[in-house]
Design a protein around this ligand. Structure first.
Ligand code: GLU
Length: 419
């Protein structure tokens, strides 16, 4: 039996969100019980010989939260603060995200407790290969398909693919997504989460009667999600007035030149001291008078302490779990239109699905086709959630959970209990 998580628990926050929707749906207690328990949690120790000759042991996790709709799907993150509680919550969110996106996957997540910014390329490769070797029996194209997440990228996915392929004795591309295009990756996958963020922000603006072309936007985080979201929204005509990363942020009321910022970030590995604006910190960024706020960094950034300072009309959650349940109630109560993570950032896993399909076909699509299919899927998901929120008179997060729980719950019942 899963112990009730304590108040600081991220899984506990997920459960609060879940319960809200399950109550409205009048969910059967048995299905409720099933859907609030992780199916499988794996903890492994990964010894790695470091460049200085010493052996370090890194803790890794892989959680398969639910595999009712298909193989577990979800990224692997490398971060010093990774915990089993966090990875379990993220795996649950992947379950609901795939259901909202209407793709045939369950939810999973992996994490390794490490600081990749202080590791050499060789150490990262050794750690990745050892972690994959430790979870090898649990993953596979039909079982569990990892992908990039915080601090992991296409090169790391190439090592995941190679390690798995070496173990099974043949090249298996569909075991992981977010790979380089040269070895079975999909065109458009790297930009997919940011493109999805752009699409739902545009749809929300349309719904609220806000002109995206004259809108101002603040983006927290300049990793894969934040940087691509900022770039695509700038290209769509919006003015990106502020961007921040873990080291600091930049503000320019007239709008930042995101193309220049991308070049600067590539060269300096940070946006700190970018010359095109004045520096601001994270709290100042969250409180800016911008029409749209896009938290695209880590969990628990918008809390009951700072939710009152937020002035945006739309909050698009590029990150997973950036808003605590209390803060979310405050934002919704103040009429702020929050596009929840499990909808807003589902573009990444949607194109991961396209990548998995292309790998299994052995036939690859042009980028226009990937983007057109993503556009259609994101719009459908946005409409499903919006219509559900209007029908039940609830916020979009609760509506997204209602959509997800209905889909996973229905299939759970259809499949019935085994033994
Ligand atoms: N890590 C991404 C997420 O949180 C993508 C997962 C995937 O493509 O499987 O949605």
């Amino acid at each position: 039996m899963w112990d009730m998580p304590d108040s600081g628990s991220i899984f506990g926050a997920m459960l609060q969100e879940f319960d809200e929707a399950a109550r409205i749906l009048n969910l059967e207690p048995g299905i409720w019980r099933i859907l609030t328990h992780p199916k499988r949690q794996i903890t492994v120790s990964c010894p790695v010989q470091m460049d200085n000759g010493e052996i370090e042991v890194f803790t890794g996790y892989r959680v398969q939260y639910n595999i009712t709709l298909g193989p577990a799907k979800g990224g692997i993150r490398y971060h010093p603060d990774v915990t089993l509680d966090e990875v379990t919550a993220l795996a649950a969110w992947m379950t609901w995200k795939c259901a909202v996106a209407h793709i045939p996957f369950g939810g999973g997540k992996g994490g390794v407790v490490c600081d990749p910014t202080r590791m050499s390329r060789r150490e990262l490769e050794a750690l990745t290969r050892r972690y994959v070797a430790e979870i090898i029996d649990a993953i596979g194209p039909e079982k569990d398909v990892p992908a990039p997440d915080v601090n992991t990228n296409d090169q790391i996915m190439a090592w995941v693919m190679d390690t798995y392929s070496m173990h099974v004795g043949h090249t298996s591309t569909a075991v992981v997504t977010g790979k380089p295009v040269e070895l079975g990756g999909s065109l458009g996958r790297r930009e997919a989460t940011g493109r999805g963020v752009m699409i739902v922000t545009r749809e929300a603006a349309k719904h609220l009667g806000l002109d995206l072309k004259s809108a101002t936007i603040a983006v927290q985080g300049f990793g894969n999600v934040g940087s691509v979201s900022a770039d695509l929204l700038a290209r769509a005509g919006a003015r990106i007035v502020a961007v921040s990363s873990s080291k600091g942020g930049v503000y320019n009321a007239k709008g930042l030149d995101i193309a220049e910022m991308l070049d600067y970030a590539r060269e300096h590995k940070t946006i700190d001291h970018f010359p095109g604006g004045e520096s601001i910190d994270n709290e100042q960024l969250l409180a800016l008078d911008a029409d749209v706020l896009i938290p695209a960094a880590l969990e628990n950034q918008i809390t009951a302490d700072n939710a009152g300072t937020i002035r945006a009309k739309i909050v698009t959650e590029g990150a997973n779990g950036p808003t605590t349940p209390d803060a979310h109630k405050m934002l919704h109560g103040r009429g702020i239109f929050v596009i929840p993570d499990i909808l807003a950032n589902s573009g990444g896993v949607t194109v991961s699905y396209f990548e998995w399909v292309q790998d299994r076909y052995g036939y690859f699509w042009e980028e226009e086709e990937v983007n057109a299919r993503l556009e259609k899927k994101m719009r459908e998901a946005f409409d499903d959630v919006l219509q559900t929120s209007l029908k039940y008179k609830v916020d979009l997060r609760t509506a997204a959970y209602i959509v997800a729980i209905s889909r996973v719950g229905t299939v759970t019942k259809m499949r019935g209990m085994y033994a």
